[in-house]
Design a binder for this molecule. Structure first.
Ligand code: ZN
Length: 247
């Protein structure tokens, strides 16, 4: 089983009737329903208003893939929690940053850059598959049209992605690296641009399929409890000679 935790700040859905009409159970609620269709996923949700900002140690340490949606409350996430998320990724957990999570503390820590971009509300997006052989693009059409989505445009101040899976074209003329993969320590990180809270983007089946694929891709292959920097008292060659001489 892949243990997935969907973390959402969960504030827009409470403060705006237009947004709660689109996501009556919150963005995390809809994504939880979508991911729970997969028999090999064990899905939990977490929100900012919960104990320990939704991510007590026991939940974080039992998460294989953490999905993060945040926007208006990035600053309310304690630095200490963001560092714990970063550390868990370095030890093997997968991390999926959705849409405005480009400016979330954990994502910025993992990238080491400003992660700034250009934006404009209410554009038309054509999301192109750049790498059809990539596991996250499995079963996805050559492009997906999103009738209304917030424009995110270059330049996106991120480190060069290890793999670029999707690129967005907007009718206003902007381009964007919309689906980017990195490896950080033992963990895998995926950033996915679509998903503005006021647009029903996460209801689009192909967008849902991308998130399902991303969870499978980001699932850990090796997780360690602690990052260590071990002293090696003898060279590997010396150790081999010692063994053959029975020392
Ligand atoms: Zn947005």
């Amino acid at each position: 089983m892949i243990r997935v935790t969907i973390w959402n700040e969960g504030l827009h859905e409470k403060s705006s009737p237009e947004i709660s009409d689109i996501y009556p159970e919150g963005i995390h609620g809809l994504l939880s329903k979508v991911l729970s269709t997969q028999e090999d996923f064990e899905v939990r949700t977490a929100t900012l208003s919960q104990r320990k900002f939704g991510l007590p140690d026991e939940l974080l340490e039992s998460t294989d893939v953490l999905i993060w949606w945040g926007h208006m409350a990035h600053q309310m996430v304690p630095d200490k929690l963001a560092r714990k998320v970063q550390n868990r990724v370095l030890r093997g957990m997968g991390f999926i940053a959705l849409h405005s999570a480009h400016f979330s503390k954990p994502f910025k820590l993992l990238m080491g850059t400003s992660c700034s971009l250009n934006w404009r509300d209410g554009d038309f997006e054509r999301l192109w598959v750049i790498n059809p052989a990539h596991p996250i693009a499995r079963g996805i059409d050559p492009y997906i049209e999103i009738p209304v989505e917030e424009m995110y445009g270059e330049r996106f101040d991120i480190p060069e992605p290890d793999e670029l899976v999707f690129a967005g074209w907007f009718s206003g003329g902007n381009l964007f690296r919309s689906g980017c993969c990195w490896r950080r320590g033992l963990g895998k990180v995926f950033y996915f641009q679509p998903g503005h809270e006021a647009n029903p983007t996460y209801h689009i089946p192909q967008i849902q399929q991308i998130i399902i694929n991303a969870v499978r891709w980001a699932a850990p292959t090796n997780v360690i409890d602690e990052i260590v920097c071990p002293h090696e008292p003898v060279s590997p060659e010396q150790a081999r000679q010692d063994r053959t001489q029975g020392k």
